[in-house]
Design a protein around this ligand. Structure first.
Ligand code: GLA
Length: 397
């Protein structure tokens, strides 16, 4: 079992058993892209791929970090960070995510006294599947448990976003952390990012003869590199010009009037049009799923892709190739998922068409001389949880 293996690795590294093992998943977003920092709607679900953390509490003000996948720094791969020296912008690699969470918890006044942490992840980094949020949420949940903080999940998600925004310096919204912390198996999560109200919507495609495929284009993306921040700033400019708190406040019925008021600022008009129509698409997908019409969400997903490609301009040739090829091969709908500029697409297929559509996408990538994509089925899985109290019960080496 994975939890047992991670606990054993912890014991080899740190010389004693961990206090427990925690897990936090990556996510795909079904619909609702670039809406979360506009106070809008999103609908992610958790992936089976998750980050595991074996953790032991310390009381001496030291944070020790190691990752089985990403490799550590000095001191035999274990990175040592004194808690009182944690400061935004100081850690430049993967350690910034767990360190940022510890910093955010302490900054909020929670008495975190230190920890030894060993991480192991099956969420591919840079694939737009929220490997960063998984890393943050698993750290937050473990520390919450071990320091008996009992923070509500939404609070943990907010602290993780604060860590990512301030400590790491990526201006992301609240979707990914909430998805990792709050999703439940067999459901998509309808989230209103203004008040963080959540609704779990049953999402069982297999029962209706369909599957959702994730296609990782292997084009790596990052949210701290400027383009994401520029889109966000453009949306904020649009809200300011329209005199609303956030673009969420522009109703779908008032879109034409709003666009006319923006005059010839074509850049901002496109951003506003995407956000307003995308919020509408989330509501449409929610209504279709709730009335048992899952197959009918396909065209709404595809419409969302066109909006991200043409108006929001965050797609890339590889994502467009997945979408176009899958649709031509008979997919019910397809779109990029996550922040864009690379990463992954999702493809809704009838179960019987899975192999044909997968092959068509793989062949299109081969023909275009691209790195072969990674294709897998995404079943809505559990959110973050403790997977073991003390999974490792063998002898300390
Ligand atoms: C990234 C961010 C999220 C969200 C999406 C786009 O995944 O982390 O907050 O903005 O992009 O929907």
């Amino acid at each position: 079992m994975r939890a047992q293996r991670v606990a054993e690795e912890f014991a080899k590294l740190y010389g004693s058993a961990p206090d427990g093992v925690w897990s936090a998943p990556g996510r795909v977003n079904l619909i609702g892209e670039h809406t979360d920092y506009n106070d809008g709607f999103v609908m992610p679900f958790a992936l089976p791929q998750a980050t595991l953390a074996a953790v032991a509490r310390r009381t001496d003000g030291l944070l020790r970090l190691h990752s089985a996948d990403i490799g550590g720094g000095a001191a035999g791969g274990v990175v040592e960070l004194p808690l009182d020296r944690l400061a935004p912008g100081t850690d430049k690699d993967w350690t910034a995510y767990p360190a940022g969470v510890v910093w955010a918890l302490r900054e909020a006044g929670h008495p975190v006294t230190g920890a030894d942490i060993h991480l192991s992840s099956t969420v591919p980094p840079g694939a737009g599947l929220s490997s960063s949020a998984a890393l943050e949420v698993v750290t937050a949940l473990a520390l919450d448990d071990l320091h008996d903080l009992r923070l509500p999940r939404r609070q943990l998600a907010l602290l993780c976003r604060h860590a990512e925004n301030v400590y790491v310096g990526a201006p992301t919204g609240i979707m990914d952390q909430t998805a990792s912390a709050c999703c439940t198996e067999g459901h998509a999560l309808f989230l209103d990012t203004r008040d963080l109200a959540r609704k779990q919507i049953p999402f069982d495609l297999a029962a209706e003869g369909m599957r959702l495929l994730v296609v990782d284009t292997r084009v790596e993306h990052a949210h701290s590199d400027g383009e994401y921040g520029r889109r966000r700033a453009g949306c904020e400019k649009g809200a300011a010009l329209l005199g609303v708190e956030a673009l969420r406040d522009v109703p779908r019925a008032g879109l034409d009037v709003a666009l006319a008021r923006l005059g010839d600022d074509e850049e901002v008009r496109r951003l506003v049009r995407h956000v307003v129509t995308e919020n509408g698409r989330v509501e449409r997908v929610a209504a279709l799923l709730e009335s048992g019409c899952a197959a009918a969400i396909g065209p709404v997903l595809t419409e969302g892709h066109a909006s991200l490609r043409d108006d929001f301009r965050v797609s890339c040739p590889e994502l467009d190739l997945v979408v176009d090829t899958a649709l031509a091969a008979g997919a019910l709908g397809a779109r990029m998922t996550g922040g864009g500029f690379g990463g992954s697409a999702i493809v809704l297929v009838r179960t019987a068409d899975t192999a044909t559509i997968t092959k068509a996408v793989e062949e299109a990538f081969a023909t275009a001389n691209l790195t072969p994509p990674r294709v897998f089925e995404a079943a809505p899985s559990a959110g973050a949880r403790r997977v073991s109290r003390s999974a490792w019960s063998g002898c300390t080496p």
